[in-house]
Design a protein around this ligand. Structure first.
Ligand SMILES: [Fe+2]
Length: 379
């Protein structure tokens, strides 16, 4: 399919804050109550965001610090309780992927009758938001560089009780605007920086080979991979270097655009049980299988040389060597065992690795037997 759709107004860099604030001011006539979700630490009071906050003058605002990580249906229920009777008409999310996922969930759940976590589960699994005439508009301001959530139209909500994850997906969940300020990512700890960068690298690579891949997604994907590949060694040398932070922020949003139209594939599908059952950070979990899945998919790739070149590699082994060098530089392991996965866990991981819309989005089918062998090779 050669069509591409993404309606998010993207503002990149300090010099674009005013323009973003102007958009908010113009939209202001349509709403009077704004919910601001932040990851805390006073990020909403960052002086870079002052023009945007000023644009909300005269509005009723409520600021909620969102401390959750990988939001679960219980987290979303608690968040709705904290919102209480504040009838939000717009949401501004300032934070990482979890904060933006929470904003999207709240957008979809606006005005829903929710009295328990089970109601959240029912609302999401039955896609009850799809019948609503409108969803609450939202603006995404990422403070990490990896999720791409500010330019995609779905959110991940986990269900720990049932051991699975749900996707809240609707074209109306695209943000009205995304404001990308690399300066906001400078305080990210190195481990989170590399984990989120690896996540973005997977978004881009998986968009490149997805069954829904298209020339526009592939162009974004290659640009994303190149920038992230260049920035990762640079960031290790100097974590405060704004140049590498800019490359990672741009790489992340380009990767987001790439997979906003394709969704992810096998690497993400395999990562979900690694995160849910073994607590491996999302981006690291997704990247652990990237090289083996690349080898598995290789024969299906369109213009494989371009993908390899973006990684600075000549063959799939070169991509694997690059990833290993990143893990080594940041003190991470590329072995599942180091993350607490034992041989006897593989069967359960395989059983939970076939997420609909992700694994079947991979260009080459992976049988459970093949996945078993892949995971065993990563132990
Ligand atoms: Fe991801």
């Amino acid at each position: 399919m050669n069509s591409f759709y993404n309606p998010v107004a993207i503002y990149f860099g300090q010099e674009s804050v005013q323009a973003c604030a102007e958009q908010v001011r113009k939209q202001g006539s349509l709403f009077s109550r704004v919910l601001i979700l932040t990851r805390g630490g006073g990020v909403d009071r960052n002086e870079l965001l002052a023009p945007l906050i000023d644009a909300l003058e005269g509005k009723h605002t409520r600021v909620l610090e969102v401390t959750l990580n990988n939001p679960d249906i219980v987290d979303i229920y608690k968040l709705l309780q904290s919102v209480g009777d504040f009838d939000y008409q717009m949401i501004i999310a300032i934070g990482g992927g979890s904060v933006m996922d929470a904003a999207k969930a709240l957008s979809a759940l606006q005005h829903a009758q929710i009295h328990s976590p089970a109601d959240v589960r029912e609302y999401i699994t039955n896609e009850m938001y799809a019948n609503k005439p409108s969803l609450a508009p939202w603006i995404g301001i990422p403070t990490t560089s990896g999720t791409g959530s500010e330019v995609t139209c779905w959110a991940t909500v986990w269900d720990e009780e049932r051991g699975c994850k749900y996707s809240v997906s609707d074209k109306r969940l695209f943000a009205d605007a995304a404001l990308i300020l690399p300066e906001l990512t400078v305080t990210m700890p190195l481990r989170l920086s590399v984990a989120t960068a690896l996540d973005a690298m997977c978004h881009a690579t998986e968009a490149y080979w997805s069954v829904h891949s298209n020339p526009i997604s592939r162009a974004y994907a290659l640009q994303a991979i190149e920038r992230i590949r260049e920035a990762l060694p640079q960031l290790k040398e100097n974590p405060n270097d704004l140049d590498s932070r800019e490359k990672l922020s741009l790489g992340s949003v380009l990767a987001g655009l790439a997979f906003s139209n394709t969704k992810t594939t096998a690497c993400h599908s395999i990562s979900y049980p690694l995160t849910l059952l073994h607590g491996i950070d999302h981006g690291i979990a997704a990247s652990l299988s990237l090289a083996v899945v690349l080898k598995h998919n290789y024969a299906t790739l369109i213009e494989p040389d371009k993908l390899l070149r973006a990684f600075g590699a000549e063959d799939a082994d070169g991509v694997q060597r690059f990833l290993k060098s990143v893990y080594a530089a940041y003190g991470l392991s590329d072995s599942l065992k180091a993350y607490g996965v034992a041989e006897q866990d593989i069967e359960t991981i395989v059983a939970h690795a076939y997420t609909k819309g992700r694994m079947d989005n991979n260009p080459a089918a992976i049988t459970p037997e093949e996945l078993n062998l892949m995971l065993a090779s990563l132990l």
